[in-house]
Design a binder for this molecule. Structure first.
Ligand code: BDR
Ligand code: CA
Length: 310
């Protein structure tokens, strides 16, 4: 089993990422940290605790609140996709577990430094603020993690701007710190996640699971699907769990090695992730870019995970 740290801003798709990780035997959640993004840090942190409750996550797994705003940019949320609560739609269970008293950035550092070298895989599914701060506070984490697999960015595709994706656009400086840190890192961007869609057939499979967790995911997808329909998507893409699926089974995702950086000064393209897809990429390139995902097999993992959960 791969041990992962989820750094997230739940968020409908973040919630599904947590549930996939909690229900799949191939991964073990070492810790969860939250970051300002889809909603305020207070809201997304409460949501993370509620999802942990729903999933029956081991109460010894620490959950900590992270950064309350981006490094330089003004704070920005995504109520048009995630509602005022950050998880609009289904009724959330009341969290009974307590937050870890550490700052999320400290929990990231402690989790990595307290594990064996190469043990922890970092899986960020929100803005990269916490991870950037962790890199600056304790640079030894860069050597010590196994790899970083994050949701964000895209190649010539955007959802926040024409060429920028939300997680990168709201904190581009943090994203550049993380992408340029030198550790092995894979960008799971919109090229892949726009293929991870909920078709009516997949929705039927999810509904047939019949657990409390699958009913909850159904409620999430009702709200989230309607929000995406308003943006021209026939079927809503769930971005964040593709990262977890890639940890579980890398063959689900088509990824290529490519030099990668964030545009920080463009007047029209700030927050764009610039991948150099010219071949061959230098052997030493630490950055990879996901370009596609096998949707059916991806959902098979989610369905199986939901059937193992309460
Ligand atoms: C990303 O932005 C957030 O709204 C989602 O949770 C996902 O992480 C998609 O662009
Ligand atoms: Ca997210």
């Amino acid at each position: 089993t791969r041990r992962i740290l989820l750094d997230c801003d739940p968020g409908h798709d973040d919630a599904i990422a947590i549930l996939l990780a909690a229900g799949d035997p191939g991964v073990e959640i070492a810790a969860i940290t939250t970051v300002s993004g889809n909603q305020s840090i207070e809201k997304v942190t409460r949501n993370a605790l509620a999802i942990a409750e729903l999933a029956g996550l081991d109460p010894t797994v620490p959950i900590a609140r992270g950064a309350h705003r981006p490094l330089l940019h003004e704070v920005e949320y995504a109520p048009e996709y995630h509602g005022e609560s950050g998880l609009d739609g289904p009724q959330l269970p009341e969290p009974t577990r307590a937050l870890d008293s550490r700052h999320g950035v400290q929990l990231i550092i402690d989790t990595i430094m307290g594990s064996e070298p190469g043990e922890i895989t970092l899986v960020p599914t929100g803005a990269l603020t916490n991870v950037a701060l962790a890199v600056r506070l304790e640079q030894r984490i860069v050597e010590r993690v196994r790899e970083v697999i994050f949701m964000g960015g895209g190649v010539h595709v955007g959802n926040h701007g024409p060429f920028s994706e939300f997680n990168i656009a709201i904190d581009p400086e943090a994203a550049q710190i993380v992408i340029g840190a030198g550790w092995p890192i894979t960008m799971v961007g919109l090229d892949a996640t726009h293929q991870a869609v909920v078709t009516p057939e997949i929705r039927a499979k999810l509904d047939a699971v019949g657990t409390r967790s699958s009913a909850f995911v159904g409620g999430l997808l009702d709200f989230y699907g309607a929000a995406y329909a308003g943006h021209g998507f026939a079927h809503p893409p769930v971005h964040d769990p593709v990262t977890v699926a890639m940890v579980i089974d890398p063959t689900l995702v088509r990824a290529v090695k490519a030099p990668l950086a964030v545009e920080l000064t463009g007047t029209l393209t700030k927050g764009m992730t610039v991948a150099d897809l010219r071949e061959p990429a230098p052997e030493s390139t630490p950055t990879s870019v996901a370009l596609g995902v096998e949707n059916e097999r991806f959902w098979d993992l989610v369905v199986a995970a939901l059937s193992r959960l309460p």
